[in-house]
Write a protein that binds this ligand. Structure first.
Ligand SMILES: C[S@@+](CC[C@H](N)C(=O)[O-])C[C@H]1O[C@@H](n2cnc3c(N)ncnc32)[C@H](O)[C@@H]1O
Ligand SMILES: [Mg+2]
Length: 368
């Protein structure tokens, strides 16, 4: 190979797109997509970025995070409303070390350890396989760690990529540790990674090396799991339960908020249009064709096929948004299934016209 080219590669700044951390999270999302685990635990979860991504995966019902640093876990707890879905979702964050067993970590399908092991002191690393593979024993374990063979491509890295790293392994070192661990606890393991090396440098391997471990023996029975009972040593620092939409009360709340939100959008679009007409005709009412019969441009409603009878209208200070129009919005439609169900769920909870066909808004006290 051309020597200059090689030199240029060595001094060049390595930049990954998407960033390497995103590629690692995406790798886990793909594993989730492939194996569809219901219960996922992320060990060394730090600010929970991965967990908050995973909560949108429809197969997941239980998410747990563990970190030895409680403050880093709590700095990023979202306060936003989780879109309701068919399944319920429980998210728990624990403060503790992967060097210790805790019953809260039993019964998981997938355990992820992203850029964790290189932060463990030797005694912790020694205990790690027994805790994760022996005690937790999920059907899948994913472990990622830096591949030290890639380091010469980082001009500023002298020995280790991060001051808190206790070691960085070559592919041979990681693979021999992983194969021995897999053999000991009856798992199979396959190796891959993220962060491709530059062209011509393929021999160094991925920037992040990854081992995907799959348990060879069948699911441990609940009885066998309870046999493992040990004293709780982790401290729970956060717990949230998002009930399922199968819970009627929760469904009702979700439908009401979606109906009100949708009606507001339609109303705003109507008012904007009225305002435009008002400006266009320079407020000369004689020039207006249909002063109080405005219709919402169907494009404003996301290209909905809005029939005349389902158009919103204004009467005095009151705006009427037909329920049929609201029902034609995909989110409302998906939540309720049928129009009758929509009517039933919002009955008495949302102000409707006397015949019950439209949501009413009084604009008297609004500024616009
Ligand atoms: C480099 S960060 C990785 C964070 C996250 N997994 C990610 O990929 O973005 C390593 C995390 O492991 C945590 N950690 C270190 N030793 C630990 C231990 N013994 N038990 C649990 N977490 C530990 C650290 O506090 C830190 O948040
Ligand atoms: Mg690290």
């Amino acid at each position: 190979m051309d020597k200059n080219f090689q030199e240029k590669q060595f001094t060049g700044i390595i930049k990954f797109t998407p960033p390497l951390s995103k590629q690692r999270y995406q790798f886990i999302k793909d594993v989730v997509g492939k194996y569809k685990p219901k219960k996922v635990a992320d060990l060394g979860c730090a600010d929970c970025t991965l967990l908050w991504m995973l909560k949108f995966c429809p197969c997941i019902e239980v998410l747990a995070g563990l970190d030895i640093c409680a403050s880093v876990m709590q700095q990023n707890i979202p306060s936003y409303y989780l879109q309701p879905s068919e399944r319920s979702l429980t998210i728990t964050l624990h403060h503790g070390s992967v060097a210790y067993k805790d019953p809260s970590m039993l019964d998981f399908d997938l355990v992820t350890c992203i850029e964790l092991i290189e932060h463990l002191e030797e005694p912790e690393l020694k205990k790690f396989p027994e805790v994760v593979f022996g005690f937790m024993a999920p059907s899948i374990v994913v472990i990622s760690t830096p591949n030290s063979e890639f380091n010469p491509l980082f001009p500023r890295v002298k020995l280790l990529r991060h001051p808190d790293h206790k070691f960085e392994w070559t592919r041979a070192q990681f693979q021999s540790w992983a194969l021995e661990t897999a053999r000991c606890y009856d798992y199979s393991v396959e190796f891959t990674g993220v962060g491709h090396p530059p062209t011509g440098m393929e021999n160094v391997g991925f920037c992040t090396q990854i081992g995907v471990f799959v348990r060879k023996y069948p699911q441990t029975s609940e009885f066998a799991q309870s046999e493992k009972s040990t004293e709780a040593v982790y401290k729970t620092v956060f717990k949230a339960v998002y009930p399922s939409l199968k819970d009627e009360k929760y469904l009702q709340n979700a439908v009401i908020s979606e109906v009100v939100f949708t009606a507001q959008i339609i109303k705003q679009s109507l008012l904007d249009r009225l305002m435009l007409e008002h400006e266009k005709y320079n407020d000369d009412p004689t020039e207006r064709k249909s002063e109080f019969q405005p219709s919402v441009n169907s494009e404003d409603l996301g290209n909905l096929d809005v029939e005349k009878s389902t158009e919103p209208y204004v009467n005095g200070n009151v705006i009427y948004i037909p329920l049929r129009t609201i029902f034609s919005f995909p989110k409302v439609n998906q939540l309720c299934g049928t129009f009758e169900k929509l009517r039933k769920l919002i009955a008495g909870k949302v102000t409707l016209s006397s015949d019950g066909s439209a949501v009413m808004f009084n604009t008297e006290h609004e500024n616009h």
